[in-house]
Ligand binder design. Sequence first.
Ligand code: AMP
Ligand code: GLY
Length: 421
Amino acid sequence: MRILVIGGGGREHAIVWALANSEKVKQLYCAPGNAGIAELAECVPIAVSQFDELTTFALDHAIDLVVVGPDDPLADGIVDAFEAKNIPAFGPRKNAAEIEGSKIFMKNLLKKYNIPTAKYETFTNYEQALAYLREQQAPIVVKADGLAAGKGVTVAHTIAEAEQALQDMMVNKVFGQSGGQVVIEEYLTGQEMSILAFVDGETVRPMAPAQDHKPVFDGDMGPNTGGMGTYSPLPHIDPAIVEEAINNIVVPTAKAMVSEGRPFRGVLFAGLMITENGVKTIEFNARMGDPETQVVLTRLQTDLLDIILAAMNGQLDKIDIQWSDEAAVCVIAASEGYPASYPKGRAISGLEAAAAQGALVFHAGTAKQDGQFVTNGGRVLGIVGRGRDIAEARARAYEAVSVIHFEGMHVRSDIAAKALR
Ligand code: AMP
Ligand code: GLY
């Protein structure tokens, strides 16, 4: 088959890596890709937002299947655009991707179908939001309605901090249109967990659970990022709780989307909090997580293409999906300054040494200049160690991190530490 992957981050590098291992794949393209992806697929310099150019490319190159990585094009209807040209594309249509694209849509859906989530109010008017906030107690959570590159959520520890976030979103428009409407919600405490699942309508096939670390610094300090590191499995979480989350949250949500006339086909990713009152939904994403994908696909033993084709053909309930018993830990190497502004073009060394140790290094923001890998994004690399358990996988990931270098490289040193306590 001839496959086009859309995106150019670490998640897409992991997807391309998994697809490259499939015997059915004859030709693999990635738009726009990155310097690491270029080792496995032909990178095509078309941005993920250029739907006309992408569909034309797919027709010209007889693409059999498109696999979409990132949230923005899904929210903008990239799957509908391919389908309009009769090109099969794996990912939710625009009306289903709204589960991620609008937090207000998501919260209202969960409320309507009695699916557990934090209590909340939504606002389109700044004065009303501010008045409401002033009657609440901290900690409290303020969320921009729309997509904001993983940065649209403020967990405020004081009302003043929440007011600032509200002002940034609704008045200063730091997230543009995405902050025009906001959700103010109850602060939940507990362990976080993510469940990703292949979904086709009402059929839900969960992947191995994974856990991300969103804040930029150790001990969950500093601003939220797209994600600084992940691990899978979650040995400290009772499998009965994972079961509860699938049965009470993920499956009912897939059913609710069907009932709403917005059947979801693609990867549904539930961000969850295990509270004293049961598992509650924090958010849904309409795609694989980044860097959750880097650990989850590392553990997938079934051919990823077979699973995607089963979903495309209405056979997702029939396919056998196997996961490795091995653990995987992914540590993100970021540019100094991320998630705010950061430099680019810094030479990266040690990639071969890390690979020689057995680490998998997925590129997120890299480019090649004169034959040399250089930094080209906020998150630069996802360095994955594998082992019998989390402790071994974690030690191997950090061993690989220690041989990789670029000026200003920042890693959290406590990825997966929670799993060992
Ligand atoms: P999100 O972008 O929705 O994944 O939120 C980013 C992070 O903010 C989550 O991973 C949580 O750590 C935190 N968060 C979001 N909503 C809540 C909430 N209601 N209570 C506590 N923490 C939250
Ligand atoms: N790692 C979190 C996300 O992809 O949204």
